[in-house]
Write a protein that binds this ligand. Structure first.
Ligand code: SF4
Length: 296
């Protein structure tokens, strides 16, 4: 697995959101590294090019290396004013394989615990997040902390075709369960939807979580004229294995409807797109804010 990594100093660490993430209610995004060593075949990020703050080497060699922002933690500590609703991250998985050695997230979580924002949502598919459990629990006492854990299919042979460097589906659901049992509010985020058994995937997500279900089909140019979209690598895999309908808007709508019915039959809220991701951005009272309000 390619896990080459570099360190470089960043000038700033929080970006004001726009587009999809802003529509979901986030005011800022935090991206701890440039380029992601998961290298998923469908990843939208390299299709952004310069607009994602990437260098040409990043989108030309997506997934082959990453560049950590070495000063992320002190920059973050100084940047936070307390009202920020932060999504981490639209451009990289903070628990990508290289994070095991790069080890940036512990410092970031400590900085957040010392100077907490209003909401902090972690988007990941990395079981490595369990390494930082004590820090996550500490942060959850100080702010609204949510983990949105990406699971793309219930079929592991499909996972191996489209995202071979990611953990197995079983390990990902197990990680969701461990986070939930440790008291971390954790969502199963079924996105982007790869070929799957829609009802089975929903049933497994319902069993592993206590929250609403977030989902999103693969982005397609027909439905989204501008901005990030599915990488050509995934299209070639779909073509080779007879899965091109998973890139068709009408077919996707049928799958989403089947998932909505299955989720609602199980008593769970289900949504797609920015409406679904807005489940992650709502502030709730934490132990410490409640305590402060009661003056204890
Ligand atoms: S984990 Fe996310 S950011 Fe990383 S390559 Fe996969 S889709 Fe892209």
């Amino acid at each position: 697995m390619p896990t080459a990594f570099h360190f470089a100093k960043a000038r700033s660490i929080l970006s004001v959101t726009r587009g999809f993430i802003a529509q979901a209610g986030f005011t800022h995004s935090l991206t701890p590294a440039r380029n992601c060593t998961y290298g998923c075949s469908y990843c939208y990020v390299p299709t952004l090019g310069f607009y994602g703050g990437l260098k040409p080497a990043d989108w030309q060699h997506w997934g082959e290396f990453t560049t950590f922002k070495s000063n992320a933690a002190p920059l973050l500590f100084n940047a936070i004013r307390g009202s920020e609703v932060i999504y981490c991250s639209p451009l990289v998985d903070p628990y990508q394989p290289a994070e095991k050695e790069g080890c940036l997230m512990p410092g970031i979580l400590d900085a957040l615990a010392q100077n907490p924002p209003s909401v902090f949502a972690i988007q990941t598919r990395g079981p490595l997040i369990l390494r930082d459990m004590r820090r996550l629990q500490n942060l959850a006492k100080r702010t609204t902390l949510r983990v949105s854990f990406s699971i793309t299919t219930n079929r592991d042979h499909i996972r191996r075709k489209y995202e071979p460097h990611c953990a197995t589906i079983e390990e990902r659901f197990d990680t969701v369960r461990q986070l939930r049992l440790a008291g971390i509010e954790t969502f199963a985020t079924l996105a982007p939807l790869l070929p799957c058994d829609p009802e089975l995937l929903i049933q497994t997500a319902v069993a592993a979580t206590e929250t609403g279900i977030i989902a999103d089909p693969l982005h397609i140019r027909d439905a989204k004229k501008h901005g990030a979209t599915t990488r050509a690598t995934a299209l070639r895999i779909s073509e080779r294995h007879g899965f091109l309908e998973w890139h068709d808007a009408k077919f996707q709508a049928g799958i989403v409807e089947r998932m909505r019915i299955a989720a609602e039959d199980a008593g769970r809220y289900f949504a797609i797109g920015a409406k679904a991701f807005s489940l992650l951005s709502q502030r709730k009272e934490t132990q410490e804010t409640t305590c402060n309000l009661r003056n204890c």
